[in-house]
Design a protein around this ligand. Structure first.
Ligand code: ZN
Length: 342
């Protein structure tokens, strides 16, 4: 990346109200059939336009073609029955009715490759594509086939690797795996979680990232955050293993969180996407607030490895708020860029 402090988002952006109910997760589509395909592409172009107008350097599809960051990928796989549902505890935090793994999981055809090719055609900027991580995938399912979280995670890692290789082939520059589960299941992260992630990136030559956060600004997450005390040290558990892994970039929640910034020292040498925008409130940060967060992070990340970003996806926010936050991110990064080059 030639730009100093290249900006990006963690992933999702709000969808237009003609495509899906705004400010809602899992919102059903308002269009059908060919109209839906066209509507998703139009929304992708608008999401891209919002990012480009705000001056975001590494752009994405804003996840306009998916209903949910994990479920939409799984819906395209064989071996998972969406009719047979069981209630499980997701990320040890809230109960949800989830689909069941009933046989060997496979990917009969590419999931997002067409969408990624479409995005590639729309822009010359570097593009980042998000996929769910293996551990987060298994955590949203009931497994009635493999009966082993580790085994199922490696099966998903194999499938994710197939998808990632095809995304790379159509010109994706950074492939990101979303692993909020890495902030919860520390023993598993160290036993096999990071290894499964490395299986997912095997053989890739594009850059790879892992996004680890404290979740969208939904009630289950904000209630959970209240129980975490004044210092959130969860990252401390996974960082040593990630530091020695093959993953290039680590995407983190930093702004307004209680994560002690010095934990980033534990991944020294990695590129770090520093979340400088809070996605859990509608207040738009000032460029100065963004700059403050980036300056703090610069104590622990070399400037050429710091990628200003958002704490998490912005799907549940009103569109004008998300646009404002994109602009603040861009302007805040520019302040720090000038300070560094002065
Ligand atoms: Zn996130």
């Amino acid at each position: 990346m030639k730009t100093l402090l290249p900006t990006s988002t963690a992933g999702s952006l709000p969808k237009p109200s003609w495509l899906a109910q705004p400010e809602t997760l899992w919102s059903p589509w308002k269009l059908q059939d060919d109209g839906l395909i066209e509507g998703k592409q139009d929304a992708l172009r608008l999401a891209l336009d919002d990012q480009q107008q705000a001056g975001i350097d590494i752009v994405s599809d804003g996840e306009q073609t998916r209903q949910h960051f994990v479920t939409t990928f799984i819906e395209h796989l064989d071996g998972v029955d969406f009719e047979t549902r069981k209630t499980v505890r997701i990320r040890d935090r809230y109960d949800a009715s989830v689909p069941t793994v009933i046989g060997a999981v496979t990917r009969p055809k590419p999931v997002f490759v067409k969408d990624a090719r479409f995005l590639r055609q729309q822009t010359d900027r570097p593009i980042k594509w998000a996929l769910p991580g293996p551990m987060t995938m298994i955590d949203t399912l009931y497994d009635d086939h493999y009966k082993s979280r580790e085994k199922l995670a490696f099966e998903f890692a194999k499938i994710l690797n197939e998808e990632a290789r095809e995304l790379e082939a159509v010109g994706v520059d950074i492939i990101q795996f979303d692993e909020p589960a890495f902030n919860v299941f520390f023993d598993e992260v160290n036993d096999w979680g990071v290894a499964a992630l490395e299986r997912a990136i095997e053989g890739l030559t594009c850059e790879t990232a892992v996004h680890i956060c404290y979740g969208y600004g939904i009630k289950a997450n904000t209630d959970w955050k209240k129980t975490l005390g004044s210092e959130w040290r969860q990252y401390e558990e996974a960082f040593p293993k990630l530091q020695t892994s093959n993953i290039d970039i680590i995407s983190l929640e930093c702004h307004n969180s209680h994560v002690p910034m010095d934990l980033i020292e534990l991944i020294r040498g990695k590129k770090v996407m520093v979340g400088a925008i809070d996605v859990a409130n509608e207040q738009i940060e000032t460029p100065q607030e963004v700059a403050d967060t980036l300056r703090k992070a610069l104590q622990f990340v070399d400037a050429d490895k710091l990628y200003p970003s958002t704490n998490c996806g912005m799907a549940p926010l009103p569109r004008h708020v998300a646009r404002g936050k994109l602009k603040a991110l861009s302007a805040g990064a520019e302040i720090v860029r000038r300070e560094i080059s002065a």
